[in-house]
Write a protein that binds this ligand. Structure first.
Ligand code: BT5
Length: 267
């Protein structure tokens, strides 16, 4: 994006001044999730946010990488503590709901192009514009906590050849995006979605909010792999547990709790 282009999504800088977040900023770090996990092992601090201008070893799920070029994306993590294993299920779903609303609220032009692919991909016209992960950890004193990590492609104008299905907000909007404002809007919305803490939010409500924002959970053919065997199924629901429910060609139903499902785009 040429530097002279307009910046959209402006918001007053003190929007989250009174909310229970502490933000630490880095010009460069290996991974904001790694940082908050390590810090949390000593003493998890609820509401601690780490944000970086660039990550040299940004992480995705299951040992995958998150490309985090300098100055282009929004890369941040949030510690939620204490929170036990239910958090690993509810947090990424809730984060997808809040991120969806953050993006639509900030950029109404995305109304018809934004979608959520189970479990955690934020799609813009079918391409991945943001990713969400949640890592569960225990402190040395046995306090369980979750580190929520979000990477949003904001101002990239191109992606490396091995990411043909990636896009950015700027590519979709035709204008550069203010990353600080986006972070503030997300945190403000996260706080209002979870006023008493995410642990008090019923999973059923989060699942229902997630379903209301995604077209992916119904009527989409997907491929999944189990014990090395690749099978296909038609998405038909999100279970109250957050699992993706598939209708199998054999007639049975299958719940997928984690891992990858690959969208088979052509009918
Ligand atoms: C995710 O994993 O989508 C979660 C990404 C979370 C990144 C944030 S950034 C701040 C915080 N600190 C971290 O270290 N991580 C978090 P997953 O569903 O596993 O997707 C990873 C896959 O997405 C990769 O294998 C690539 O195929 C693709 N990918 C990598 N970088 C991408 C990018 N910038 N845009 C779109 N796709 C990308």
């Amino acid at each position: 994006m040429p530097s002279g282009n307009p910046t959209v999504n402006s918001l007053k800088r003190d929007a989250i001044a009174n909310l229970p977040f502490s933000i630490i900023r880095f010009a460069e770090i290996d991974s904001t999730n790694r940082l908050l996990r390590d810090a949390g092992r000593e003493s998890p601090e609820d509401g601690l946010v780490a944000v970086a201008d660039c990550q040299t070893a940004g992480r995705g799920r299951l040992g995958k990488k998150w490309e985090s070029p300098r100055g282009e994306g929004l890369y941040f993590s949030l510690t939620i503590a204490p929170l036990d294993s239910t958090g690993a299920t509810i947090v990424p779903l809730a984060a997808a709901v809040v991120l969806f609303d953050t993006l639509i609220g900030s950029f109404p032009a995305l109304k018809n192009s934004l979608d959520i692919k189970w479990p955690n991909d934020m799609l813009l016209k079918g391409k991945k514009g943001a990713g969400i992960m949640a890592e569960l950890e225990n402190s040395i004193r046995g306090v369980p906590f979750v580190v929520l990590g979000i990477g949003i492609n904001c101002n990239q104008t191109s992606f490396s050849a091995h990411l043909p299905a990636a896009t950015s907000l700027a590519l979709e909007l035709g204008a550069a995006v203010d990353r600080d404002s986006l972070l503030e809007v997300f945190l403000a919305r996260w706080h209002s979605y979870t006023p008493a803490g995410i642990g008090h939010l019923p999973l059923e409500q989060v699942v229902s909010d997630w379903k209301a924002r995604s077209s992916f959970w119904r009527g989409q053919w997907v491929r999944f792999s189990e014990s090395g065997i690749i099978s296909q199924g038609l998405t038909c629901d999100i279970a109250p547990s957050g699992a993706l429910v598939l209708q199998l060609p054999s007639g049975g139903r299958k719940r997928i709790f984690s891992g990858e499902v690959e969208w088979i785009r052509s009918g």
